[in-house]
Design a protein around this ligand. Structure first.
Ligand SMILES: *Cc1c(COP(=O)(O)O)cnc(C)c1O
Length: 465
């Protein structure tokens, strides 16, 4: 008998009790589509001489297919990479206050561009501009989609068809797609490089200034550091020079934390407040790097410059939505209490977590990991690790941390890839890193509240051979 004619019909499979809960969860259209796909694939296999699968196998395929298809792409993961502000994993996790503000703004109408006092039209920047001025000492502020957009918008507004003088040592590339020279030319500004890679002097800027100069610019060399015979011009001197020529002095700070991280034992990172105090007319920085907020590009500085920027039609194209503003307002409000940032701003909590606390957590979790991997030819131990801040912030600094090193016994290095895949295949994937022949799991970013979930995830892990 022709095996094709023995295949069950779409309706027969759909009416099977095995698919009832799938139909309930995902609806008729999705499940029916998957039944058709599975039957079509089975028919094709039969034509190639394959064996007729039984009905329960077909139903299992439909179940697995629907579950995989309906699983969200943007899934939460455990970030055990050791990089705290991991751009590929969404950078800063938001504090609970920001999550709640975001949910509230998402769920109902909110006063985004509405002045509740007067009942008139408002400006969405008003949600955060007072807070930003209070925290940075600036006269005015505005917000766009990310810091790359902030830099682009300010160049396009203030330097189109004009020249921008930048030190050669600051013509950086950040994560591939953001290169200072490329942003300049796309914004319509002409880059004038001065100095050399390692040394730039005030006289280099003086000599480059001419009637077509629009501004002097400093770019924080976020993700690299040069050492040895180096010289950069102090910000206050550049500001004075710019102002002597009636030009603005602009700083792209990149990370730009609003708190002095040195108070938490981290290296000092320049703050927007310091930049403004040094005479900068405009400062731009990211919302989701050291600040620990949502993705956003923050601009603070002189009133008339911010006003010009806000009038650029591109501001409308680069504006942020209410969810971003809700989260940003809540995070900025936390900075009004600088003494408790390490308890309240999640990214700062993770960056300042003491090594001893992380090591104690590793000791608590070691038995669960050992038992999950007990059948495999590996050794599992606790090791001292060095976390990175990430997102190009403070690139040379490392944070002493702790975690697990999983090493193959003998020369069976393929087992590490299988474990790494098993961890990634969990409903909430665990992301570690393979380095020097070991799979490393840095626990710095594992919240104590998530430990039980982590243990449960390990217990459910399946390693394929
Ligand atoms: C990160 C960074 C940017 C880009 O900021 P995004 O918020 O990622 O767009 C620009 N300039 C510097 C110096 C940076 O460090």
């Amino acid at each position: 008998m022709n095996p094709l004619s023995q295949l069950p019909s779409v309706d027969r499979l759909l009416s099977s009790p095995a698919l009832a809960s799938l139909l309930d969860a995902h609806g008729r259209a999705v499940v029916t589509g998957m039944v058709r796909d599975v039957l079509a694939a089975t028919r094709a296999a039969l034509k190639e001489g394959g064996a007729l699968p039984d009905e329960s196998t077909l139903l299992a395929k439909v179940g697995a297919g629907v579950t995989a298809k309906m699983r969200p792409k943007l899934r939460p993961v455990f970030n055990l990479t050791g990089t705290v502000l991991h751009t590929n994993l969404g950078r800063a996790p938001l504090p609970e206050e920001a999550v709640q503000a975001l949910i509230a703004a998402a769920r109902s109408p909110c006063a985004l561009e509405y002045d509740i006092e007067s009942g008139g039209r408002g400006d969405r920047d008003n949600v955060v501009d007072e807070l930003l001025c209070e925290l940075t000492g600036a006269e005015a502020a505005t917000v766009v989609n990310n810091n790359a957009a902030a830099v682009f918008l300010l160049l396009n507004t203030l330097a189109q068809k004009k020249q921008v003088i930048v030190s050669r040592g600051e013509l950086i590339e950040i994560g591939g797609a953001f290169r200072v020279p490329d942003i300049m030319s796309r914004a319509g500004a002409k880059l004038v490089e001065v100095g050399t890679t390692n040394r730039t002097h005030l006289r280099d800027f003086v000599e480059a200034i001419n009637p077509r100069t629009a501004m002097l610019m400093k770019v924080h060399a976020s993700n690299y550091a040069i050492h040895g015979f180096t010289h950069a011009v102090p910000e206050a001197e550049l500001a004075t020079l710019a102002h002597q020529h009636d030009l603005p002095f602009v700083i792209d700070l990149g990370s730009g934390t609003l708190a002095d991280l040195a108070a938490y034992g981290l290296p000092h990172e320049p703050t927007p407040r310091e930049a403004i105090a040094a005479g900068a007319d405009l400062v731009t920085f990211s919302g989701d790097k050291l600040l620990g907020g949502p993705q956003a590009g923050l601009m603070v500085g002189r009133k008339e410059l911010i006003a010009k920027i806000k009038k650029n039609p591109l501001k409308r194209a680069l504006r942020v939505g209410k969810l971003t503003l809700a989260a940003l307002e809540a995070v900025l409000a936390l900075y009004r209490d600088p003494d408790r940032l390490h308890l309240r701003v999640t990214a700062v909590c993770q960056l300042t977590r003491p090594e001893a606390e992380i090591a104690a957590q590793a000791a608590r979790l070691l038995p669960a990991l050992r038992s999950a991997l007990s059948a495999l030819p590996v050794t599992v131990g606790i090791v001292a690790l060095q976390s990175q801040i990430g997102s190009g912030s403070l690139p040379v600094n490392r944070l002493p941390s702790a975690g697990f090193a999983i090493k193959p016994e003998g020369r069976k290095s393929g087992v590490l890839n299988r474990i790494e895949q098993g961890l990634r295949a969990l409903p909430k994937p665990v992301i570690g890193r393979i380095e020097d022949g070991a799979l490393l799991l840095d626990l710095r970013c594992l919240d104590a509240q998530d430990e039980a979930d982590f243990v449960a995830a390990l217990a459910s892990m399946q390693i394929h051979s």
